[in-house]
Design a protein. Structure first.
Length: 152
């Protein structure tokens, strides 16, 4: 489910970068693509949570920002498909991931011992990075449980 929420967030950020406000975005397109009302609502909740905490939805500094361009090592290229790496680059360019997040995704993939990582696996890794952050100060306010949380 987290992967679908990331896909919805990517769609919404793309629309916002095309000078649309959140209220102007046609959500029927998301429903037509097969996303449930719950998934759409969760994506919006994540975005509003970030806004309410004073955090930026996107992590880039603007169109004039200069950031490094990560080139994959030969070993990394043998594991990560061009489509999967393209997805990482897209999320970096949208500002949903920063350079450290991209490095973390690549490290997770390489340490996990995947034979080949396609776009579906990279979406799962990205979702874990976006939603599994350490915020022990806000334990009751998260939309998703962290991997080390327990339910009593």
């Amino acid at each position: 489910m987290q992967e679908k929420i990331v896909e919805i967030i990517v769609y919404l950020i793309n629309e916002m970068q095309n000078d649309k406000r959140l209220g102007e975005i046609d959500l029927r397109q998301l429903s037509d693509r097969g996303y449930t009302e719950n998934e759409i609502s969760t994506a919006f909740s994540w975005m509003f949570d970030k806004i309410n905490l004073g955090e930026s939805l996107v992590r880039n500094e603007g169109p004039d920002s200069h950031h490094s361009f990560r080139i994959l090592h030969e070993t990394e290229r043998s594991v990560i498909t061009p489509e999967a790496y393209g997805y990482l680059i897209q999320l970096r360019e949208l500002g949903l991931l920063d350079d450290m997040d991209v490095e973390m995704a690549i490290d997770k993939i390489m340490m996990a011992g995947f034979g080949k990582v396609d776009i579906n696996e990279i979406k799962s890794v990205v979702a874990s990075i976006m939603f599994d952050y350490d915020d022990s100060e806000r334990i009751g306010s998260r939309l998703m449980l962290n991997s080390n949380d327990t339910i009593h």
